[in-house]
Design a protein around this ligand. Structure first.
Ligand SMILES: [Zn+2]
Length: 166
């Protein structure tokens, strides 16, 4: 058995609240709808947490999903980022995912009250126990665009194992 790990990262800026008429667009984080904060810009639902997860899964399998594959799905109207995660999970083949750790940097929204719901949703999506899905959040103290509230960034580390090479 070989233990492997991979990193995934993503960031999106908030929609411009003055110029955009995107009142029907909602902020999605970890597959959870969060009220009271503007949506993030993007062709898809711009779920930065699920995009970081998709990239981390691609890091395990070395098969990219965000980019061309997701763009094609987006063009056909599939904007739910959970679908991108499912496609990335299919690329794992005989790799067994064991643990996910997320770090979110955002000045807004206040994430503490949403972390349990995000962990539960990601656990359900990936088939992991909730205890193996960890999420921390930091406000970034205004040092970056994310810490200043211009957008949200997320990093994900995925741990897994695969059978030994023959
Ligand atoms: Zn993204």
């Amino acid at each position: 058995m070989i233990f492997i790990s991979a990193i995934g990262q993503d960031s999106h800026r908030f929609v411009n609240e003055e110029t955009s008429s995107s009142s029907e667009r909602r902020l999605m984080l970890g597959g959870i709808e969060i009220l009271g904060t503007p949506a993030l810009e993007g062709n898809s639902d711009a779920d930065v947490v699920l995009h970081a997860l998709t990239n981390a899964l691609s890091g395990l399998s070395a098969v990219p999903v965000l980019g061309r594959k997701a763009d094609i799905m987006c063009e056909s109207g599939i904007t739910d980022s959970s679908t991108y995660v499912r496609v990335a999970l299919e690329t794992l083949d005989d790799i067994r995912l064991t643990h996910l750790s997320f770090s979110i940097e955002a000045k807004r929204p206040h994430l503490a009250e949403h972390i349990v719901a995000m962990r539960e949703n990601i656990a359900q999506l990936t088939g992991l126990p909730v205890k193996n899905v960890a999420i921390t959040a930091t406000s970034g103290e205004g040092l970056t665009a994310f810490g200043r509230g211009e957008g949200i960034a997320c990093t994900c580390i995925a741990s897994a194992y695969r059978p030994s090479e023959r």
